[in-house]
Design a protein around this ligand. Structure first.
Ligand code: ARG
Ligand code: ZN
Length: 873
């Protein structure tokens, strides 16, 4: 059934403190919980206490020490009801047994490679004990755990360790206490045989915090980058937001079986090990970057998420959007702001825009859901971060910081809402944000259209702006949004052009704030036609259409002071050529030559850095081209056009690219700093462009780089380039990679990813063979996603084959995995979201696969929810 935001009510009872006792055994785990419960003011006598529970088996139940009669409670598949609890503070004591060993859903308490660990967000705690499993119930927790010492010498939970010792019979125990009231989704426990590295951090006010990262034995050396990232995150949050850590210990545990990236449990973050382990031989620059980012993200949750949490799950983006914004700012400060912004926008366009424009579109703050796990989406996370970024853009750095300070001051210790979040910015800055709030409530990516007019007689320059958001499922009509449009006018010599007056909208020096559906902004005192640079820094998450000429775009690529728009201009030129060609309008040689020259100049620039050049020297990816066309997509045709265009644009640059490739070689030992990362990115970009432009001898160059590589970044870049292009050496390289690294699961994932992404016939058969291997770990989310997730999301030509084989393969996989781990199944199924935009043969084939899935028996709520929306949209 569906849960609605409008139905939110506080629970009639509150749990204020929790005392738990875990007896962890090989066969099962016994959980005793003593919950101190209070009726909320106004609760009527006789109001039942309804607790959540899932797959628990109840052993005993008592109130204030007295066992309850059978008629006084009822336990069923969804929980436990105490029929008539006392109307005063009381202690409810339950004892349940759970089976972590058989828990393949990886929610609640489960085992990963022998280690007991938990994942409770959003509704996993109810799989551990009966509870008010909702984020607005904050309680202090004390946790005692007893476990066999030999299999679980390490015993961890939230907060501080207050006692430990021997428990006889080969058992030992530990007691942890967390003084900060928290919702149950932040509960965590770990018991296992783990190695660790330790360090410490002293906060600005002098608290010495013991830091530790736990991992399987032998992996300790691979945790150093994560530790380094953690310490830098702690220092940054003090500098930038005045936020200090608040406990004496901060522990991180890396586990191999985890449904998503990581989890911010108070004082005990639990991580997917792919976001902890790094060493140059097995991890890429992208891995180092991801580790730094997610370590920071989870750490930042301590204030935005834990100290201030969500009232209900509709408010998820309160903590996620804000925390993504914070981790983006961290990376921007630690590395290159421009490069970070461009990469984030690339991700937004390739993941969030398609969600927002497809059958699964939903507002950043949804108002209904059937399965909350399906709302941990790129809309909630990444669009949520864009909304916070717009707030910062509109208020300025100081105004934004004033709001954040007030947020921490006013709401510390609370479970709150988006409304309360917006209110602090309004109050701190003496403004109102009513219309701005629409960003949280409305789904769909706004389209911003801009037309210009220069009047030489009047010396005026006019920008006609229009915004429109297309209907999304359940939201047929849309209201105009507040769009902060950062901009500049550029004069013929390439320098900024000022104006003597402006009217028609709210305009500041560098920003137009569009609030209406349309506006005409008139600048006066303009001596000659300027070239406008609009939406600098991608100041609002919109799809902008300006109809700018190629000449203007290339002018911006050369002269814009905003690096984002320099990058964007080159992409726009490439996009226009690609779209025309797909639609049957072949490009002119002159147009291609002009782009080629601009690319060459960018590459040759001595002011731009390598990382920026690596991002600029490319064409929009196939899926983005497809979505720009917007309907009747034929991925095969797009693939072919893009390949030809790549050759036409970059072929003439092959000598320059080869020279750059050679010049960027380095014998320095691997380091993940921004300059070295940028150098490798540009060099590997050259390699793939050389292959893409069919420069003679380059497939051998790729194979040579593969063999000679001393780090995984260079080796994987070569492997992936070979596999994507289907070079003659690719099969040998893939086979070598597998034998060379097959024993390291995280490197196996890279092999699976490269295999699944290759746009070649036969890939489906290969994947079937891989999955049929009895040694393939069928229950590990990383393995499954690397293979089938990659295929569905990143191999458009094979997934969307006209014969439907790709769709059927994924549908069959979803059916099977759904029985084991519904979250993995539901996530992979979202790969179908492009189906309504495909040309009719493929569209029908996708629909048939989806319909077959819905006919095929009982699906989990997770998968059924995605499927229903997918077919309705
Ligand atoms: N709160 C965690 C994070 O941002 C992720 C939890 C994901 N949970 C889920 N059901 N998908 O980093
Ligand atoms: Zn998060």
């Amino acid at each position: 059934h569906t849960i609605f935001l409008k139905d939110y009510t506080p629970s009639p009872y509150r749990i204020v403190s929790v005392d738990m006792d875990f007896r962890i055994g090989i066969d099962n785990t016994r959980v005793r919980a003593q919950l101190t419960v209070e009726p909320r003011e106004g609760t009527a006598p006789g109001t039942p206490l309804v607790l959540d529970g899932d797959e628990l088996s109840l052993g005993s139940i008592a109130i204030d020490g007295l066992p309850l009669a059978l008629s006084a409670y009822a336990a069923d598949a969804n929980g436990l009801t105490v029929v008539e609890p006392p109307l005063r503070r009381f202690v409810l004591e339950t004892e349940v047994t759970i089976q972590p060993e058989g828990n393949t859903k990886l929610m609640g308490l489960y085992r990963s490679s022998g280690t007991w660990c938990t994942q409770c967000e959003p509704e996993g705690f109810r799989r551990i004990t009966y509870y008010l499993d909702r984020p607005d119930n904050l309680a202090v927790f004390k946790v005692r755990m007893t476990a066999p010492r030999d299999v679980a010498p390490v015993l961890l939970a939230n907060g501080n360790l207050i006692d430990k010792g021997d428990a006889g019979d080969g058992m030992h125990y530990a007691v942890w206490e967390d003084p900060f009231p928290k919702p149950a989704y932040l509960f965590a426990l770990v018991a296992g045989d783990l190695g660790s590295i330790t360090d410490s951090f002293t906060t600005a006010s002098g608290r010495k915090v013991d830091l530790a990262i736990y991992c399987s034995h032998g992996k300790e050396d691979q945790c150093l980058w994560a530790m380094d990232s953690l310490k830098r995150s702690m220092a940054w949050d003090e500098r930038r937001f005045g936020r200090e850590y608040d406990l004496d210990v901060f522990n991180i545990v890396a586990v191999s079986d985890f449904n998503f990236g990581a989890m911010e449990n108070k004082g005990l973050n639990i991580f997917n090990d792919r976001l902890v382990f790094a060493q140059p031989e097995t991890a890429t620059d992208a891995n180092y970057d991801g580790i730094e980012r997610v370590i920071a993200h989870e750490y930042f949750h301590n204030w935005t998420g834990n100290r201030i949490t969500c009232r209900d799950w509709f408010q998820l983006c309160l903590k996620e959007g804000l925390t993504v914004y914070r981790d983006q700012e961290f990376t921007s400060d630690e590395r290159s702001r421009a490069v970070k912004r461009i990469s984030d926008v690339v991700t937004l366009r390739s993941a969030q825009f398609p969600e927002d424009g497809g059958p699964l579109a939903h507002p950043p703050r949804p108002d209904q859901y059937r399965e909350i796990n399906n709302f941990y989406t790129t809309t909630v996370y990444e669009k949520g971060a864009e909304i916070v970024r717009m707030l910062a853009t509109l208020l300025g750095e100081a105004g934004f910081r004033k709001g954040m300070d007030l947020y921490f001051e006013r709401h510390d210790g609370e479970a709150t809402t988006i409304e309360a979040f917006l209110q602090v910015f309004a109050d701190a800055n003496g403004i109102e944000l009513e219309q701005f709030k629409t960003w949280y409530l409305q789904a769909g990516t706004p389209r911003l259209t801009v037309a210009e007019h220069y009047d030489a007689d009047k010396q005026t320059y006019t920008l006609k702006l229009k915004q429109e958001t297309l209907p999304t499922p359940g939201q047929p009509t849309k209201a105009p949004l507040v769009l902060p449009i950062k901009f500049g006018l550029i004069g013929p010599n390439g320098s900024p052009m000022g104006w003597s007056g402006v009217s028609g909208a709210e305009v500041r020096d560098d920003m137009i704030v569009l609030r209406d559906g349309s506006a005409e902004v008139v600048f006066t005192g303009i001596p000659s036609r300027p070239v406008p640079s609009l939406l600098r820094g991608f100041s609002a998450p919109v799809i902008m259409e300006t109809g700018a000429s190629q000449e203007d775009q290339l002018f911006l690529a050369r002269h814009d002071s905003d690096p984002f728009n320099r990058w964007q201009a080159l992409q726009d030129v490439g996009m226009a050529l690609a779209v025309d060609a797909v639609q049957g309008k072949p490009w002119s040689d002159a147009a291609v030559a002009a782009l080629s020259q601009a690319m060459g100049d960018t590459l040759g620039s001595d002011t731009l850095d390598d990382a920026f050049k690596a991002l600029a020297l490319t064409l929009p990816d196939e899926q983005l081209i497809g979505r720009t066309i917007g309907k009747d997509i034929d991925p095969g045709a797009i693939h072919d056009v893009r390949k030809q265009l790549l050759r036409a644009v970059f072929g003439p640059l092959s000598r320059q690219m080869l020279a750059t490739y050679n010049a960027l070689a380095s014998t320095a030992p691997y380091a993940p700093d921004p300059a070295s990362t940028g150098r490798r990115a540009l060099r590997n970009r050259m390699l793939s462009l050389l292959v893409g432009s069919d420069a003679p001898g380059t497939s051998l160059l790729v194979a040579q780089q593969y063999d000679a590589a001393t780090n995984m970044t260079d080796r994987l870049a070569a492997l992936s380039t070979a596999a994507m292009a289907g070079t003659p050496e690719a099969p040998t390289m893939l086979a070598d990679f597998r034998t060379r690294f097959g024993g390291d699961p995280l490197v196996l994932d890279k092999w699976l990813t490269v295999t699944a992404a290759a746009p070649r016939d036969g890939v489906i058969e290969d994947m079937k063979t891989i999955l049929a291997d009895p040694a393939f770990p069928r229950t590990n989310p990383n393995r499954l996603r690397s293979l089938v997730g990659t295929f569905a999301m990143s191999n458009p030509t094979q997934f969307a084959r006209a014969d439907g084989a790709g769709f059927r393969f994924v549908a069959d996989f979803v059916t099977e995995v759904d029985k084991v781990n519904p979250q993995v199944a539901a996530r992979v199924l979202t790969g179908f979201r492009i189906w309504p935009m495909l040309e009719s043969t493929r569209r029908e084939a996708a629909k048939a696969a989806l319909t077959g899935l819905s006919a095929g028996g009982t699906l989990s709520r997770n998968t059924a929810d995605i499927l229903t929306r997918m077919l309705a949209g």
